[in-house]
Design a protein around this ligand. Sequence first.
Ligand SMILES: NC(=O)c1ccc[n+]([C@@H]2O[C@H](COP(=O)([O-])OP(=O)(O)OC[C@H]3O[C@@H](n4cnc5c(N)ncnc54)[C@H](O)[C@@H]3O)[C@@H](O)[C@H]2O)c1
Length: 226
Amino acid sequence: MARRRALVTGAASGIGAACATRLAADGIDVVTADQAAGADERVDVSDEQSVVALRDRVGAVDVLVNSAGIVGPSAPLVDLDLTSWRRTFAVNTDGTFLMCRAFAPAMVRHGWGRIVNVASIAAKDGNPAQSAYSGSKAAVIALTKSLGKELATTGVLVNVVAPAAVVTPMNATTDPAVLARSQSLTPMGRFGTAEEIAELIAWLSSDAVSFSTGAVYDASGGRATY
Ligand SMILES: NC(=O)c1ccc[n+]([C@@H]2O[C@H](COP(=O)([O-])OP(=O)(O)OC[C@H]3O[C@@H](n4cnc5c(N)ncnc54)[C@H](O)[C@@H]3O)[C@@H](O)[C@H]2O)c1
């Protein structure tokens, strides 16, 4: 069998970078993409033309991991400006939509594919002072459920992971009070690591998964209760 190809967004940092390393260890040819330097390909996932150009450069892939994301503003909803709100949704929600729309059709033509989106425990719980982030990630869960059902008989499985707080550069800019609250809500009493999330994503990117699609997989140290 030919080696599989994977595309990982947000792969210059954090969970995306850990996914690229972990998928490569499974013998997959990994293409990394990011808005920042340090990836094979530059892309702004919130920009339709940028995503289409990435698809034209990279071509078909068997596995797509959508890890690019931003935490957005940490402030009460009533204090948010519309520009920050929209930017958070543009990256997290539009970006996931655009990447799925660009890369799913070739997977369907090949009769096999795995898409793994990255949401957050915030999508389920609704973190205070993170309404834009929480809302944008809730939309990622819902669009994953829709696409999973749409592609259910094609061989392309679409799932989403919902991590609690993970030690990555993203949290360097998160309000310490938000992080402290997150840790206090986590029964294991610690943050996750990018490698722990990548392990779950590698499994969801493999043949080992055959009867799950449109499903949400928690990696939350026991925090998620549904
Ligand atoms: N770190 C956490 O606590 C945590 C928890 C739950 C979910 N997540 C989610 O995991 C994913 C990865 O987060 P991380 O912790 O690795 O963060 P990170 O900041 O370390 O990495 C995110 C990467 O996405 C890239 N990116 C941002 N906007 C982009 C754009 N428009 N186009 C292309 N690339 C862009 C950044 O350049 C960066 O390299 C995100 O979707 C995040 O919301 C993170």
